[in-house]
Design a protein around this ligand. Structure first.
Ligand SMILES: [Zn+2]
Ligand SMILES: [Zn+2]
Length: 76
């Protein structure tokens, strides 16, 4: 099962952080998903490697895992 993040509207862990826009599968609201570096708070770039998407911080020059990233969710 893919890692999912909590929906700010209904609290269900139903948003896909791999997409820049994600729909909550529980309440069907759409959100713009922005990932931030846990170290420096810069916006992370999405990178694809072998189908698994993680993030890259251009500021720290580091890969950041989906679980480590901090997410900013805004209604789309
Ligand atoms: Zn929801
Ligand atoms: Zn960083």
């Amino acid at each position: 099962m893919a890692y999912q993040i909590a929906c700010p509207a209904c609290g269900s862990e139903a948003l896909d952080p791999r997409r820049s826009q994600s729909e909550c599968s529980a309440c069907h609201q759409h959100f713009v998903v922005t990932a931030h570096c846990p170290e420096c708070d810069e916006v992370l770039e999405r990178v694809q490697a072998c189908g698994a998407v993680d993030f890259f911080c251009n500021h720290c020059n580091n890969l950041v895992s989906k679980r480590a990233a901090r997410y900013d969710l805004r209604p789309a």
